[in-house]
Design a protein around this ligand. Structure first.
Ligand SMILES: Nc1ncnc2c1ncn2[C@@H]1O[C@H](COP(=O)(O)OP(=O)(O)OP(=O)(O)O)[C@@H](O)[C@H]1O
Ligand SMILES: [Mg+2]
Length: 380
């Protein structure tokens, strides 16, 4: 019997069949890193908040990486300021919820998933926020067959991920909170301030058990789509995730993630690809900052966000190209088309920005001849 992972509002049940035999295309954090989580739990002798799988210290170590006393290496999941992770983890141990804010591709979703996996051992209690997210997705729905046959009862009620997290003292996640219509967002106010979810149809309520908390993510760029009401904002501690501070950090993040994604796509490792990764990151950072690395030349920035996430996908695609159609070594020609696609979102304005960058910066740079030629070829 496959494990039950999700109830949907129409009463059907989603199952994790693929995951059961290790064939999931993208396993959940708690499955991918089950070994590390187990080692941390065994080594962790610090006090744990109610229903937490690990102590706050161990959760932070899981996210930031480290080596345990017995020599087990914990890989870093998040590369960034330690303080940010410490504040985020601490917030989850208080009665305030956590809001991860930042520009696209700054690992908000990624951090939220790993926090839920480390704290509750389950990152799947998730509500995806969209313009069409209904109140039922946050509160509860009904199994209509049951409802018609037997009237309203607890059996006919289909709990939302938030309701289940409350009942079990777990971590719930809400993705893209500001995309959810304002009146639906406000459903969370009672949940977060009173820690209860009333069910007026039954004259009952679900009270949150200790250990319950909520992590929401929201995009800086979407601000204003559906502004958070101040009543709701006050229930959250906001942690802003920054773009990687240095090029080295960003190269580190990209090569790490490309390695992991490459393994799951069964691409061979590409240690020689580091030079190309460095170039992709340099191009992205320079265009994003509107300034060359040496600080000498001002540049125009293109309209799209050239985030770390985009760099990861450019390099992964390049690696796939090199594997299937090249000699297996990541070269300039394998990433050029990807970079062009990421930079030129608006065919008119961005193309001018790109051409200018290509001719004034890339062309003149020592050791970048092959890259210039590859870019010229795909830009033509
Ligand atoms: N500082 C970082 N440390 C580790 N990984 C990072 C970092 N920044 C970005 N990434 C990687 O970037 C990818 C995209 O991150 P994610 O999807 O979480 O971004 P997001 O902030 O949720 O973006 P969006 O606003 O588009 O939803 C992930 O694979 C993540 O590993
Ligand atoms: Mg996200």
């Amino acid at each position: 019997m496959p494990e039950l992972i999700n109830d949907t509002t129409d009463g059907t049940q989603a199952t994790a069949e693929g995951a059961a035999d290790g064939q999931a295309l993208r396993p959940h954090a708690e499955d991918s890193f089950a070994g590390e989580l187990k080692a941390l739990a065994a080594a962790d002798d610090r006090p744990r908040p109610a229903r937490w799988r690990l102590s706050p210290w161990a959760v932070a170590t899981y996210l930031l990486g480290g080596t345990l006393a017995d020599g087990t290496v914990i890989t870093p999941k998040y590369v960034g300021p330690r303080r940010i992770v410490e504040v985020a983890v601490t917030t989850l141990a208080t009665d305030r919820a956590l809001l991860l804010l930042g520009v696209p591709g700054t690992a908000k979703t990624w951090v939220s998933e790993h926090l839920a996996a480390a704290v509750s051992g389950d990152s799947t209690l998730l509500v995806q926020g969209t313009a069409g997210t209904p109140e039922e997705a946050i509160r509860y729905g009904w199994n209509y067959a049951q409802l018609l046959a037997h009237g309203p009862s607890r059996e006919a009620l289909v709990p939302s991920p938030v309701m289940r997290a409350m009942a079990q003292g777990m971590t719930a996640r809400v993705e893209e909170l500001t995309r959810i219509p304002a009146d639906v967002q406000d459903t969370l106010i009672t949940v977060l301030s009173e820690k209860t979810l009333p069910i007026p149809e039954l004259g009952q309520e679900v009270q949150a058990v200790r250990g319950f908390n909520l992590i929401a993510t929201a995009n800086d760029r979407d601000r204003g789509v559906n502004e958070l009401s101040s009543a709701l904002r006050r229930r959250f501690n906001t942690v802003v995730l920054p773009l990687p501070a240095t090029p080295e950090d960003e190269v580190d993040i990209v090569s790490r993630r490309v390695g992991q994604i490459g393994r799951s796509l069964e691409l061979p490792p590409a240690p020689e690809g580091l030079e190309e990764i460095r170039r992709v990151v340099t191009v992205f950072r320079e265009l994003r900052d509107g300034l060359t690395t040496d600080g000498r030349t001002k540049l125009k920035s293109p309209s799209g966000t050239l985030s770390t996430a985009e760099a990861i996908s450019v390099v992964t695609n390049g690696l796939a190209l090199a594997t299937h159609f090249g000699d297996g070594v990541l070269r300039a020609g394998d990433v050029a088309a990807g970079i062009l696609g990421a930079v030129v979102r608006d065919p008119a304005a961005d193309r001018v920005v790109w051409q200018e960058y290509l001719e004034t910066v890339v062309r003149e740079r020592d050791g970048w001849k092959d890259f210039y030629r590859a870019c010229r070829e795909v830009s033509a």
